[in-house]
Ligand binder design. Structure first.
Ligand code: SF4
Length: 386
């Protein structure tokens, strides 16, 4: 179904040819994406993204009930990912690596709760090899077989392949046999080599991030993808990044959702170096990244807002900017809180329903493949009810 656009809603004439392309179902170019990023008419960009989203997903906004488990913060890249406040060297204060008993103790919360997904990511820990994760996944599946395992970023998969001297594909096969269901999208940062040189010198490069996801998709393992914005990247870097994601999606169709991630400048080297501490990304930029993602990534069904990074209130606003999925009832998130995120560590089901209904959308709980499990059809009578 094509989006229907009312041209008089657009105050920036540069958006008009883009609106016509969207109406005609034509793909946007990189230069269109740059125009969307630069347009002073944020509401116009949001209006276009909302029209496209409504045509694709209707007024339903989904969320998943998930629980984060971050099993180790020990990371060999501690000194070189200068935007990260989570990682520690093995003997550094605050370093931890969970035993299997500790993982299970955290996971136990899922037994009686509504958790349907474990989101498991951590550092590149030399002492946490393939067996550490295959043992973990087998235990989780044995004890809590109803909970989906979304685990290990492309960076972690490549790290396991390196230390085990295996291919990405063989690591993925072993993890899948142990219980891995899907992969999260973290670790993408911004693909540009010049950006990576400044923020994550030694981290897996953009082409390899894409390569690991391609290997996963070829095995039938679906994944998400991300882009970290709001640090040293340019608009052209963002567009190039989105283009690489769109190209892989054309090739494999394996991405479930795109999730732009806002850079948090507190408690990390990069924030100090750039003098950004205490200054998070602006609401304008947060909304624009979501809207441009929706418009440019025409082969993605789902665009997700991560309230942990941008606050629940901005995520609620984002539901009118092309977003159809809200990060769920997360339990005990550690990574973004380590760099200064002031958001709660979890939102209750009631709070999520209230946010979505307050945006005049219909909440629906989904599974990890974005299939709807149950809808909550009443919509708030008044927007201010949120
Ligand atoms: S961003 Fe990831 S790879 Fe880099 S230091 Fe932090 S935990 Fe390690």
């Amino acid at each position: 179904m094509c989006a229907v656009i009312a041209g008089d809603r657009l105050r920036d004439p540069a958006l008009l040819p883009i609106a016509r392309k969207i109406e005609a179902g034509e793909r946007l170019s990189g230069s269109d994406a740059a125009t969307l990023y630069r347009s002073p008419d944020l509401l116009g960009v949001g209006y276009l993204a909302d029209a496209v989203n409504i045509a694709k997903n209707g007024r339903v906004v989904t969320f998943a009930s998930n629980q984060h488990i971050n099993p180790t913060n020990v990371c060999v890249l501690r000194k070189t990912c200068v935007f990260c406040g989570y990682a520690r060297l093995p003997k550094e204060e605050g370093a931890y690596r969970y035993t299997m008993e500790q993982v299970m103790a955290e996971a136990e919360r899922a037994r009686d709760g509504m958790t349907r997904e474990f989101h498991i990511v951590g550092g590149l820990d030399m002492q946490a090899g393939l067996e550490y994760y295959t043992t973990m996944f087998r235990m989780l599946k044995r004890e809590l077989p109803h909970v989906h395992i979304k685990a290990l970023t492309a960076v972690e998969i490549a790290h396991l392949a390196r230390i085990e001297k295996m291919t990405w594909r063989d690591v993925l096969i072993a993890l899948r046999e142990a219980g891995l269901d899907t992969m999260p999208g973290g670790g993408a940062e911004t693909f540009s080599a010049a950006v990576r040189e400044q923020i994550a010198d030694k981290k897996l490069g953009g082409a390899d991030y894409i390569g690991v996801h391609r290997a996963a998709h070829e095995l039938g393992i679906r994944s998400n993808c991300t882009m970290l914005y709001g640090h040293v990247e340019t608009i052209e870097d963002r567009v190039a990044h989105l283009t690489m994601l769109r190209d892989l999606q054309d090739e494999t169709g394996g991405f479930l959702a795109f999730i732009p991630l806002a850079y948090h400048p507190d408690d990390n080297e990069l924030g100090k170096k750039l003098g950004l501490q205490g200054r998070t990304t602006t609401g304008f930029d947060d909304l624009r990244n979501l809207a441009v993602g929706r418009l440019f990534l025409d082969n993605f069904q789902h665009v997700k807002t991560h309230w942990i990074m941008v606050t629940p209130f901005l995520s609620q606003t984002a539901l009118a900017f092309g977003v159809n999925d809200l990060e769920g009832t997360v339990v005990r998130e550690k990574i973004y809180h380590a760099v200064g995120a002031q958001t709660p560590q979890g939102l209750s089901l009631d709070a999520i329903l209230k946010l979505i209904r307050g945006a005049q959308r219909i909440p629906a709980e989904r599974d990890s493949f974005y299939q709807i499990i149950r809808r909550f059809d009443e919509v708030a009578a008044r927007p201010e009810a949120a």
